[in-house]
Design a protein around this ligand. Structure first.
Ligand code: ZN
Length: 96
């Protein structure tokens, strides 16, 4: 199978070096998988959230799937998975 290439931020990268990330309404990353696990954001979303009804609800609530390069992943999603991001705190403060 030929290597799939994608363009992110003006760079051409192998898809498998990238990550699909499910972001919540507060821009916090909730799920992540390797780029070659899906060929579209819709497919990646189906992997993260298998039930169509749940996906529709997530989409209505502002969840979205993005393809990130390794660098972007480290910046935008890494802290969420390491528990050091500020998204959750900000949301909690805003609703208090
Ligand atoms: Zn976060």
């Amino acid at each position: 199978m030929p290597e799939l290439l994608v363009q992110i931020g003006g760079k051409t990268l192998p898809l498998r070096s990238c990550h699909w990330v499910l972001f919540g309404p507060n821009d916090c990353a909730y799920a992540s998988e390797y780029g070659d696990g899906a060929s579209s954001a819709e497919q990646a979303h189906a992997n993260f959230t298998p039930r169509q009804r749940d996906r529709d609800r997530q989409t209505r609530q502002g969840y979205h799937v993005e393809l990130l390069s390794k660098d972007q992943w480290r910046e935008q999603a890494g802290p969420c998975f390491y528990g050091t991001c500020t998204h959750q705190t900000l949301t909690a403060e805003a609703t208090q």
